[in-house]
Design a protein around this ligand. Sequence first.
Ligand code: PMP
Length: 329
Amino acid sequence: MNRTVNYAFFKDKFVPIEAANVNIKTHAFMYGTAIFEGIRGYWNPSKHEMYVFRLKEHIARMFDNMKLLYFESKYSQDEVYEIIVDLLKKNLPKTDTYIRPCAYSSALSIGPGLMDNPSDICIFTVPFGDYYNNAALKVQVSAWRRVEDNAIPSRGKIIGAYANTALAKTDAVRAGFDECIMLTESGHVAEGSAMNVFLVKGGKLITPASTDNILEGITLGTVVEIAREQFGIETISRSVDRSELYLADEVFFCGTGAQIVAIGEVDRRPVGDGKAGPITTKIRDTYIDICRGNIPQYYKWLTPVYGSTNGKTDGSFVSNVAISATSVS
Ligand code: PMP
């Protein structure tokens, strides 16, 4: 195998990324009819291991998302799991890595309907360090409202909906902020551009309700568990008003890409003293330690790519993917 080649999974095979191109008539490209996942692999240099964080949960969400667009997968969840692990083994990254699986409507026909459309899965990996350079972000409450569940299901990672995200993020950055927070049509806090939001008030965590047009983040669920199990901090999930952001003791974002990052300012108002607060800091440090494989209690969330079989299912299937993969490598 040529280790200088970066492979993608495309049309049922592992191919060099340069060969993983879609036809411009592809339905997903024309109408945004695709879904994706964002997954992180953490490189642990002392263990010489790559840990993929909560891979099973990401794949389960991916399959839920496919359901929203009527996609029928030709692969099982276990097979997608194996394909991702095999792709990483082919690319052999020795740095933090982002894994991007996508399921897309692959028809070449005109018209937005999804009635009889075939769908396909593609996956690529890229090196990925920290998403932000600053320790505490300056955030703007966006004038753009977060897409409503009755417009495009907000609990799905539906690619077309990210045009909404793109507008909010771009306008915030152009106005001199690092990030945006989007509200629902009824004016409650939903989330950031690609991250969920938490407030700390009186020693408790508060996060917007799952019915307030949020994407139900895997990191969000992880934060709730870490806070409770490691620090005895409970999370309240409810509708959150905009002005609560201004008066919170701490505010932070969480998401696979963003990881956990403090918010130091909202709409030019400092949050607390404008720096990462103590609760944000301890949750963030524990989260990173877990992801990097330094806390055995949470090995259950990690898939070690190069070493043991921790986290896998029985691994008994032999997919035709593996066979076609050998033939192209
Ligand atoms: N909201 C949106 C719109 C996102 O794209 C993401 C990133 N997947 C998140 C929240 C955070 O979700 P997760 O923690 O599962 O990465």
